[in-house]
Design a protein around this ligand. Structure first.
Ligand code: OOG
Ligand code: MG
Length: 269
């Protein structure tokens, strides 16, 4: 369902036009100035309407929805990107890299990688009252994920509505490591190590994501409810980057390890 866009008067045609621009930029790997340079009055609601149009274009081209991603859920990311509220986007099958599959750097515009905790949702979750406890009870397994970002805005220059419209900089995702039952791990305490070419770049704990990654997923469900949407059994949810991002070039190998969840290495070429 589309979010209402009455406040600034973003018309359906304008929304579709912005979505088309973002879609084409992704297909052609061209880079754009932020939409808000041209439309400074764009609101977050407007941006979710554009994102919904963008999603419809991907699904219309044969992609299937496999889940959702959260963004800007950690202080590290909010400070780095200078956007101080969480956001969400969608994940499709075409974004998924199999573990061990290399990242073709040229297939994206400006790839950056970040480690995340992913949730595999076991039953439908909906409504404005959903809490972390509901999320944990509805989660079949947690995984380690790499989120391979790709902003359509040159140098990732954006404000909140821009990045929402651009599907939270969604590019590729890798799920891997060891599946764990959420009851067997304390996701707030879980430690994460991020390396590039063997050099440790950062460490973080699960608590970096809004105090507990399940809180981020609960926030997502409540936000979706406001637009008449929900999580479905089988959805994968990325709870948001824990650390600052890593830029990658051909030849780089990025490895993320989480205590209790194993590790994933992504070779870039
Ligand atoms: C926005 C995407 C945010 C995260 O985990 O914070 C995101 C960006 O940093 O370009 O995926
Ligand atoms: Mg992310």
């Amino acid at each position: 369902m589309r979010a209402p866009a009455i406040v600034t008067g973003l018309s359906p045609a304008m929304s579709a036009g912005f979505a088309r621009r973002l879609y084409d930029a992704a297909m052609q790997r061209s880079l754009l100035p932020p939409l808000t340079d041209e439309a400074p009055g764009l609101t977050a609601n407007d941006a979710y309407a554009i994102q919904a149009d963008l999603r419809a274009m991907h699904l219309g081209a044969g992609a299937t929805l496999v889940g959702r991603k959260l963004g800007l859920t950690s202080k590290a990311k909010q400070v780095e990107m200078n956007v101080h509220e969480p956001i969400h986007g969608f994940l499709t099958d075409r974004m998924v890299l199999e573990p061990g599959e290399p990242l073709e750097v040229e297939s994206l515009g400006q790839p950056r990688v970040e480690p995340e905790i992913a949730f595999l949702i076991g039953r439908d979750l909906a409504g404005p009252g959903v809490t972390s406890a509901h999320v944990l009870a509805a989660t079949d397994a947690v995984f380690l994920a790499l989120d391979v970002l790709d902003s359509r805005y040159r140098d990732y220059r954006f404000t909140l509505p821009d990045v929402v419209a651009d599907n939270a900089s969604g590019g590729r995702i890798v799920l891997g490591g060891v599946a764990a039952s959420p009851g067997t791990l304390d996701l707030a305490e879980i430690g994460c190590l991020l390396e590039r070419n063997g050099e440790v770049l950062s460490t973080a704990a699960g608590a970096a994501v809004l105090g507990h990654p399940a809180r981020a997923v609960a926030w997502l469900v409540r936000s979706l409810a406001a637009g008449g949407e929900s999580l479905r059994a089988g959805d994968v949810v990325l709870s948001g980057g824990l650390t600052a991002v890593v830029r990658v070039e051909p030849g780089d190998v990025v490895t993320a390890s989480f205590a209790g969840l194993g590790s994933i290495s992504l070779a870039c070429r």
